[in-house]
Ligand binder design. Structure first.
Ligand SMILES: Nc1ncnc2c1ncn2[C@@H]1O[C@H](COP(=O)(O)OP(=O)(O)OP(=O)(O)O)[C@@H](O)[C@H]1O
Ligand SMILES: [Mg+2]
Length: 214
């Protein structure tokens, strides 16, 4: 940034095993999103390594990174990031189009993902016709439609009231428990983090504590 160098992350070392459910906590600006974006192949580290299933992903070209991201990683964001002109079904189907599947299979898989998040009755609704909680369900359906091994969520309950936030949390827990999807989730809420078996506390671009709840 101009004359100033910002170290969004420094000296961070972390491994997550398949099937874990990990909360990332920390004040604003502590590097939570930066960490998630590195793991999710949205950003590259200037130094250091990032390995997914043993493969060093920093070395891959952008096409290979995009393919890996599409196959293995699902993203969920605070503000949903749905396309406003598409129906719920078409939003969910989007990642499948990159996989060049036949149209019928795409529709079947997208419909099944909407069933999995409890939204089978909302296929043809557009985002503006859905509540916040429903929009986040559509975003989660889109994130899991290619059956990723890793779900990355950046404050997925941050825009929701506590009841809808609770439902989204339960859905994410179920995906971890039933489908064995590894979950890394950022939250500002210590109460939410307490429900996770493992909590990573960040401060000033570093890991302050990496704690296992029993
Ligand atoms: N593209 C960028 N250019 C320069 N600095 C950046 C950039 N992205 C993030 N930063 C800085 O890196 C640090 C970490 O930012 P990051 O977005 O990871 O924090 P965060 O923990 O996710 O915060 P929040 O809780 O507010 O979302 C901050 O100091 C931020 O200002
Ligand atoms: Mg952030």
């Amino acid at each position: 940034m101009g004359d100033e160098t910002v170290h969004a992350l420094a000296g961070v070392s972390l491994s997550v095993m398949g099937g874990e459910r990990v909360a990332i906590l920390g004040p604003s600006g502590s590097g939570k999103s930066s960490l998630l974006n590195l793991v999710g192949l949205l950003d590259r580290p200037t130094e250091g390594r990032c390995r997914i299933d043993g493969q060093d992903v920093a070395a891959l070209d952008s096409q290979a990174r995009a393919r890996l991201r599409n196959e293995k990683i699902g993203f969920v964001f605070q503000h949903f990031h749905l396309l406003p002109n598409l129906t719920a079904l078409d939003n969910v189907a989007l990642p499948l189009h990159y996989a060049r599947m036949p149209r019928r299979e795409i529709d079947e898989r997208a419909a099944a993902a909407l069933v999995a998040v409890g939204l089978s009755a909302r296929q043809v609704h557009r985002p503006e016709q859905l509540s916040g909680g429903e929009r986040q369900r559509v975003a989660i359906a889109r994130a899991i439609v290619r059956t990723p091994s890793l779900l990355l969520a950046d404050e997925p309950t941050g825009s929701l009231d506590s009841e809808n936030g609770q439902h989204i949390l339960e859905l994410i827990e179920e995906l971890n428990r039933v489908q064995r999807i590894t979950v890394l989730m950022i939250t500002h809420d210590a109460g939410i983090a307490a429900r996770f078996p493992r909590c990573i506390h960040m401060r000033d671009g570093r890991i302050l504590a990496d704690l296992f709840n029993e």
